[in-house]
Design a protein around this ligand. Structure first.
Ligand SMILES: C[S@@+](CC[C@H](N)C(=O)[O-])C[C@H]1O[C@@H](n2cnc3c(N)ncnc32)[C@H](O)[C@@H]1O
Length: 240
């Protein structure tokens, strides 16, 4: 997969691209992440890319032509062009899974008051990372690039991403590591028992319990099996 990121602050991404799993994924060529300086597509000799909004109003808007030109240059037949924006559809694991099937993404980062609205005619998708407003699209672009990259084959152990929270609509079961006792805080006995059937049963029940407690909105949406329904019923009775 190739991810092209269009930004006026490419330096924002130095640590992101040079650290940990994303760094290794790039080195191993599981993903190629390229940064494109929008100012290189400016039509102005001072590389200016923003101007005042028509009709008046506060702040500066990023201009349409540089975005038109960079998309025109980078876009291929199978590219998905994504605008990061607080007005977009909320980004979630389902969207990440679907984007991980693509082979080329272009992520457009806005700044200031945003981008001339004509850019919306050139995109396939407008994505928001949450109902709040950031100063720029760089952090949202990192969030999308990171989430999608870790779903690509080879980037992390496949079993690990399959068991992640939200992959099947539920949160992951609680996990513990050594030591098993510390200052009165103990690891659940079942995990020390070595009985894999009991551990599996406990984990399945905990997935439902944790989701019910922490994210009741998710438990309403997920399709549970008959056995899971029974577990949920028991948990609901106990919580009364
Ligand atoms: C200050 S915001 C512009 C907000 C715009 N004036 C509005 O009211 O919709 C500047 C840029 O940050 C990015 N941004 C801010 N919040 C975001 C969010 N929640 N999700 C994705 N991108 C966001 C977008 O790229 C946006 O163009």
């Amino acid at each position: 997969m190739i991810i092209d990121i269009v930004t006026i602050f490419p330096e924002f991404f130095d640590t992101f691209l040079g650290t940990s799993i994303i760094k290794r994924a790039i080195e191993s060529k599981f993903v190629e992440i390229n940064l494109h300086q929008l100012r290189d597509y400016s039509h102005n000799k001072h590389k200016k890319i923003d101007d005042t909004p028509y009709g008046g109003g506060v702040g500066m808007l990023m201009q349409f032509p540089p975005f038109y030109d960079v998309i025109d240059k980078l876009k291929g037949e199978q590219t998905k062009v994504i605008l990061l924006s607080p007005q977009g559809k909320l980004f979630n694991q389902e969207t990440a899974k679907s984007l991980a099937q693509s082979n080329h993404l272009i992520l457009l980062c806005g700044h200031y008051e945003g981008i001339d609205a004509r850019v919306e005619s050139l995109i396939d998708m407008e994505l928001s990372i949450g109902d709040y407003v950031l100063t720029g699209g760089e952090i949202p672009a990192m969030i999308v690039a990171d989430t999608v990259s870790r779903l690509l084959p080879g980037v992390i152990h496949e079993d690990s991403s399959l068991e992640d929270s939200l992959q099947n609509g539920l949160l992951k079961y609680p996990q513990y590591t050594k030591p098993d006792h510390y200052k009165g805080f103990d690891v659940p006995e079942v995990l020390l028992s070595g009985n894999h059937q009991n551990i599996e049963k406990w984990r399945n029940e905990e997935q439902i319990k944790q989701t019910f407690i922490k994210r009741p909105d998710l438990i309403e949406k997920v399709k549970l099996s008959k056995d899971q329904e029974k577990v949920l019923k028991k948990i609901k009775e106990h919580s009364k």
